[in-house]
Design a protein around this ligand. Structure first.
Ligand SMILES: *Cc1c(COP(=O)(O)O)cnc(C)c1O
Ligand SMILES: [Zn+2]
Length: 421
């Protein structure tokens, strides 16, 4: 570790609650003191000395342009993850009554079309550095896709766990990389509990358990990229989906770090979070003014964000409160409408998590909780082609015609009539 450590800018782990230090090994809980979560500690003076806007802009078009802010020592596993488009969403803005709206589109992230590729690229790089040869995870779907794909690329053995009722696209999108896939009878929270036991018994690297401090740092890049893509400026308001709440808290950490090292001017950014009504423990706590989470049993089409007992829920609530943001939930019907709205106005096909974000964005604008003048960024975290069953019965059908001009003309007349109607 010592020979290459000089290249890295992180110095170890620390308990987020009591501050107790730990070495940078595969661990995620403050076992010596308070059982709080651990997080990575950096030498920000060293980062400041090494990094400028120019050095970042000269880096690769991936999350690794920010490598000084990520907890790795040597060469990254680079599968082209990150630097996804920030789309100026003029049509959707007009529809909602906003002046300046952007879509951060991780539905086209590499290699598996969700934001999870960011966290897994970091976690597996660190797993390899720590000497793991088998990697694993408990997943709501997208994480299984990412872990299996990036493990395949890196030549790591892979065994992943999912709830048995996931969408076909998520299951196929894992199996194709030929990992060992365990479909567990139970919801994500039960899968996660099983995985904690496996992690204690098998010497594997679980990206979101014993590697979680490293894994979660990957989400900070969603903060950095938005700053850089807005021309080195912070937005006024962001809306992001909440499952465990990790992504939400790490976007904030990303913003704070760029301010801390002088890459961007300080500004108050409001943070709003999105959940599905069928699994909204964080939104329920926020609305009730509680700072603790009461776990729920998930029942929603937004399976990728269906975590009933979210580990970072209290931290997400704290950020929404401190920044004068909101955390709101929407129904499955509103989620489908959100998917369709984004597709029809901006040409972006997102999965249920993205539909949740768009539906909550719409709701918060209608409730006056997002000001029309605020530059707002909505984080779209996954691709719609993975959850087609969610919308299959809610969209139109093709006109079935014969290969004859008359048949087309008749259908075209019908189509015209229905579009005017
Ligand atoms: C996992 C996931 C999230 C949220 O993850 P957190 O656990 O809150 O970090 C959001 N969107 C999609 C599509 C996901 O797969
Ligand atoms: Zn502690």
């Amino acid at each position: 570790m010592t020979a290459t450590l000089s290249r890295s800018t992180f110095t170890g782990l620390r308990c987020k609650e009591c501050g107790h230090p730990y070495e940078a090994s595969a661990r995620h809980v403050c076992e010596d003191v308070c059982f709080g979560p651990l997080e990575v500690v950096y030498d920000y003076e060293a980062i400041k000395n090494r990094v400028s806007r120019a050095t970042i802009e000269a880096g690769p078009a991936s999350i690794w342009r920010y490598r000084e802010f990520l907890p790795i020592e040597g060469d990254p596993i680079d599968v082209g993850t990150g630097f996804t488009p920030l789309l100026k969403a003029g049509n959707l803005a007009k529809r909602l009554g906003l002046k300046s709206l952007y879509i951060k589109n991780d539905g086209v992230n590499m290699p598996t079309l969700s934001f999870k590729d960011r966290v897994v690229s970091v976690a597996l790089t660190r797993a390899r550095e720590l000497g793991f040869t088998t990697v694993s995870c408990a997943s709501t779907g997208n994480l299984a896709n990412s872990t299996a794909a990036i493990a395949a690329h890196a030549g790591l053995d892979c065994c992943v766990f999912i709830p048995s009722d996931l969408e076909l696209g998520k299951v196929l999108g894992t199996l194709i990389y030929n990992p060992t896939l365990m479909a567990v009878h139970g919801n994500y929270d039960q899968v996660n509990r099983l995985c904690s036991e496996v992690a204690n018994t098998f010497g594997w690297g679980f990206v979101n358990i014993n590697l979680r401090p490293y894994y979660s740092e990957g989400s900070k890049t969603l903060g950095y990229e938005v700053i850089e893509q807005l021309g080195w400026q912070l937005p006024d308001h962001i809306v992001a989906p909440l499952a465990s709440g990790s992504l939400f808290t790490k976007i904030r950490k990303g913003f704070d770090e760029f301010i801390k090292v002088g890459l961007v001017q300080e500004k108050h950014v409001r943070f709003s979070g999105a959940q599905a009504e069928g699994c909204s423990p964080i939104a329920q706590a926020f609305e009730a003014g509680r700072d603790f989470i009461t776990p729920v049993k998930p029942n929603t089409i937004a399976k990728s964000i269906a975590i009933g007992n979210p580990a970072d829920g209290p931290y997400a609530i704290d950020i929404a409160k401190k920044t004068n943001g909101s955390i709101a939930a929407v129904s499955d019907h509103e989620i489908i409408e959100g998917i369709k709205l984004l597709a029809e106005t901006e040409g972006v096909f997102t999965e249920t998590a993205g539909g949740t974000t768009i539906a909550v964005l719409k709701k918060l604008v209608e409730q006056g909780k997002i000001n029309p003048d605020e530059t707002t960024v909505a984080y779209i975290t996954g691709n719609g082609l993975k959850t087609t069953e969610a919308i299959a019965s809610s969209i139109g059908e093709p006109y079935l015609i014969e290969a004859q001009l008359d048949s087309f003309k008749a259908a075209w007349a019908k189509a015209q009539a229905s579009h005017q109607g």
